[in-house]
Design a protein around this ligand. Structure first.
Ligand code: AMP
Length: 265
């Protein structure tokens, strides 16, 4: 029997639900985990204020056809004495790994525990977190895990803002400024379509747009990388993506876009 696991931290939005719907259609049983994983938060990050609405999430998971909603406590995942850490250093160093030390170790560790508990045929992740997806794909391959890792496209708000549980932190004014994150990426992709193939120039164009529309200290990184290795690209080739992170108010927002294909992702 084909089973699918969708790991989440809850506070469901249409992005989460799209993963569940895809899993529902491609497996006979759908497992969803809802676990706000303390190990992937830094000491000054938002673990204590991370948004949560268990009743609503339970209802949405049920309506989307979830067979098992797994909501463990930290001690279930990390019982006393737990000390194994899964690390994928090459892929975890740059981008979000640089501003969030230890984050991807926390992610790789919890995902390997969840995969071992559920033993699903498929595990479904969003391309919104591209670096996370690359880390998990590498980990699954390196550990010879039997689960197939599936990546699914980014679901966006009507103005382009990538859906995220952390968007709940944004005031209406911040939310409207946050749509510049997407617009900068579109601008980068348009430059590629117009023939630009130098990655540094694409980064500069996106940065210029952000500097004009956001404040400088809000920009964490703008980087053109290969989607599999997450290493900086020099020339735009198939698989090149622009990946960005900005901080607007209390929210750290990440987004990315494939530069060489027609489809928006
Ligand atoms: P989270 O609850 O934020 O840890 O996300 C759980 C899963 O949903 C991860 O695989 C994310 O990449 C995915 N996800 C989050 N936001 C989106 C989105 N806007 N579109 C598609 N997938 C998403």
């Amino acid at each position: 029997m084909r089973t699918a696991l969708v790991p989440t931290m809850g506070y469901f939005h249409a992005g989460h639900l799209s993963l569940m719907q895809w899993a529902r259609e491609n497996a006979e049983k759908l497992y969803v985990s809802l676990f706000i994983n303390p190990k992937q938060f830094g000491p000054s990050e938002d673990l204590d204020s991370y948004p949560s609405d268990i009743d609503r999430d339970t209802r949405l998971a049920r309506e989307t056809g979830c067979d098992v909603l797994f909501m463990p406590e930290p001690q279930d995942i990390y019982p006393e004495g737990h000390s194994t850490v899964v690390d994928v250093p090459e892929l975890s160093r740059h981008l979000c790994g640089a501003s969030r030390p230890g984050h991807f170790k926390g992610v790789a560790t919890v995902v390997s525990v969840l995969l071992n508990l559920a033993l699903p045929s498929l595990a479904v992740f969003g391309e919104k977190d591209r670096q996370q997806l690359a880390v998990i794909r590498r980990m699954a391959a390196d550990l010879h895990l039997p689960t197939e890792i599936v990546g699914r496209p980014i679901v966006r708000e009507p103005g382009g803002l990538a859906m995220s549980s952390r968007n709940a932190y944004l005031s209406p004014e911040e939310r409207s400024r946050a749509s510049h994150v997407y617009r900068g990426l579109v601008l980068g992709r348009e430059k590629v379509r117009a023939g630009e193939d130098d990655a540094a120039r694409i980064e500069e164009a996106i940065l210029k747009y952000y500097r004009e529309n956001l404040s400088r200290d809000e920009i964490d990184y703008v980087s053109v990388v290969d989607e599999k290795t997450m290493q900086p690209a020099e020339k735009i080739k198939p698989g090149a993506i622009a990946a960005v992170a900005v901080r607007i108010g209390k929210a750290r927002l990440i987004d990315n876009m494939t530069l060489t294909e027609g489809a928006v992702s």
